[in-house]
Design a protein around this ligand. Structure first.
Ligand code: AMP
Length: 207
């Protein structure tokens, strides 16, 4: 199962990604988590991206593209993955297309968690007040900038996958359980849960 999880900040991508990853036993690959880990490590990459993230902007496509390509070539991502936060721009869609083509694979589905801006802001600022998963880029001004960037740069990604017939639209305003039920329904028929995935047993096996 090769999946992309798409949606605005605050739509619940991280929460749903953890469930999807556990249910279908595929690695959850979050570019935001990878970049935050790079920042925490104080690496050269981390120093460069820290300033970008704290402004709510996107790191350059070639930088994140390289990070993702390296991660997808690791053993555990061979039989499937859930990409969370990537691709976020049209050029990143192209980077992913080329990376998967090199492996002789392609995406099975793009899960699109939809949420309106005001609900997104309320949720993120609530998360900040609770001290629950608070992030350095959760200040209101930065959240508004992340939403602006989402609408200009990432919404076209949803349209692109829509035109390819890969997009599963999910109402992200509902409860965590209700959202997960919608996701399960959208993924039905692609692959069974667990490791006995019949779609993986074709020529080459993808392993
Ligand atoms: P996220 O946790 O997915 O909301 O990502 C947090 C921040 O990391 C974003 O606001 C961007 O600054 C950066 N980031 C994460 N994924 C990407 C990506 N695919 N392309 C560019 N920047 C990214």
């Amino acid at each position: 199962m090769r999946l992309v999880l798409l949606g605005p900040p605050g739509a619940g991508k991280g929460t749903q990604a953890a469930r999807i990853s556990a249910t279908w036993q595929i690695p959850h690959i979050s570019t935001g988590d990878m970049l935050r880990a790079a920042v925490a490590s104080g690496s050269e990459l981390g120093k460069k991206v820290n300033e970008i993230i704290s402004k709510g902007h996107l790191v350059p496509d070639d930088v994140i593209g390289e990070v993702v390509e390296r991660r997808l070539s690791e053993e555990d991502a061979r039989r499937g993955f859930l990409l969370d936060g990537f691709p976020r721009t049209l050029p990143q869609v192209g980077i992913l297309d080329r990376g998967l083509a090199k492996q002789g694979t392609s995406l099975d589905r793009v899960i699109f968690l939809q949420l309106d801006d005001e609900t997104a802001v309320t949720r993120i600022l609530g998360r900040k007040e609770d001290g629950n998963g608070e992030r350095a880029d959760d200040a209101e001004e930065t959240v508004r900038e992340r939403l602006r960037v989402y609408h200009t740069q990432t919404a076209p990604v949803a349209n692109e996958y829509g035109s390819r017939g890969l997009l599963a639209k999910i109402d992200g305003s509902r409860t965590i359980d209700a959202v997960f039920e919608q996701i399960k329904a959208a993924l039905e028929g692609i692959a069974s849960t667990g490791s006995d995935d019949p779609s993986e047993s074709g020529p080459g096996g993808g392993r």
